[in-house]
Ligand binder design. Structure first.
Ligand SMILES: [Zn+2]
Length: 87
């Protein structure tokens, strides 16, 4: 199986190998050629190449919001959401 995974901001993924802190779960905090992840256990952030991450992901624990074509054109519906998404 070699499918491209549709990562979204806010996704929580479980990796095959644990972080040195013992945590398996990571939140997607940045998208691009490299994917930014924050350890849900110790809060540390890392960057992984997308293809490396695709190999290491075991499963999704939670999905972020579906990407919408309007998302970049319109201001956020709820300003309280913004710090959570972009922090
Ligand atoms: Zn950790």
């Amino acid at each position: 199986m070699n499918t491209i995974i549709d990562f979204r901001l806010g996704d929580v993924v479980r990796l095959r190998k644990p972080h040195p802190c013992g945590g398996f779960d990571w939140q997607v905090v940045r998208l691009g050629a490299d994917i930014g992840l924050r350890c849900q256990t110790c809060g540390r952030r890392i960057l992984l190449e997308r293809r490396t991450l695709e190999k290491r992901v075991k499963t999704f624990v939670a999905r972020g919001e579906a990407p919408s074509p309007e998302a970049t054109a319109l201001p956020p519906a709820d300003p309280k959401m913004e710090p959570r998404l972009w922090k």
